[in-house]
Design a protein around this ligand. Structure first.
Ligand code: 5CA
Length: 156
């Protein structure tokens, strides 16, 4: 998907977040694979999960630690409507990122975002950078600010 890594880099720059995107040369599609490639714990991987509002059809982004599962009831309480997992094609069309490479920043559309407060315990977390083998590291609070994400207890 041409341009998606560049979109992440440009969004970081625009937000004043310094990142260096790394192409790992191996899959970072899942949190486990990303942790193995980054040499960090699964908890330090930021999953960028896209859900859709059942009433509004609006997309929402949840930045969740790789160690945690998103609690859908907590998530729905934050968005004010029931949520369903967004269809992969819809995710790609709207955000510009394919599942497995969805980044926390640089989406084509403005997207309301919420971040797992468990990620704040780490000095550094790793997130997808727009491709299946691309990641970047960031300080979690700075990343959440760049993503315009509000922090909450999201874990099941
Ligand atoms: N690059 C890695 C870690 S940085 C990554 O993107 N991980 S992830 O967790 O954010 O993206 C994979 C997630 O995509 C899965 O946890 C799952 O929630 C979601 N996913 C996988 N398959 C589908 C699908 N068919 N439809 C919608 N979402 C899916």
């Amino acid at each position: 998907m041409a341009g998606s890594i560049e979109r992440v880099e440009q969004a970081a720059t625009a937000a004043g977040l310094q990142i260096a995107v790394r192409r790992m040369g191996a899959s970072t599609r899942t949190a486990e694979e990303a942790a193995a490639q980054c040499g960090c714990t699964v908890g330090q991987i930021v999953k960028s999960l896209v859900f859709q509002g059942e009433r509004s059809s609006r997309l929402y982004l949840f930045l969740v630690s790789g160690a945690n599962q998103l609690d859908l009831a907590k998530a729905a309480a934050l968005t004010g409507e029931p949520l369903v997992r967004a269809d992969p094609r819809h995710v790609r069309d709207e955000t510009g990122f394919a599942i497995g490479g969805v980044a926390p920043i640089g989406h084509r559309i403005a997207i309301a975002a919420f971040a797992d407060d468990a990620l704040l315990q780490y000095d550094r977390v790793w997130a997808a950078a727009g491709a299946h083998d691309a990641v970047f590291a960031a300080e979690p609070a700075a990343l959440f600010k760049a993503a315009n994400a509000s922090t909450a207890d999201l874990a099941r």
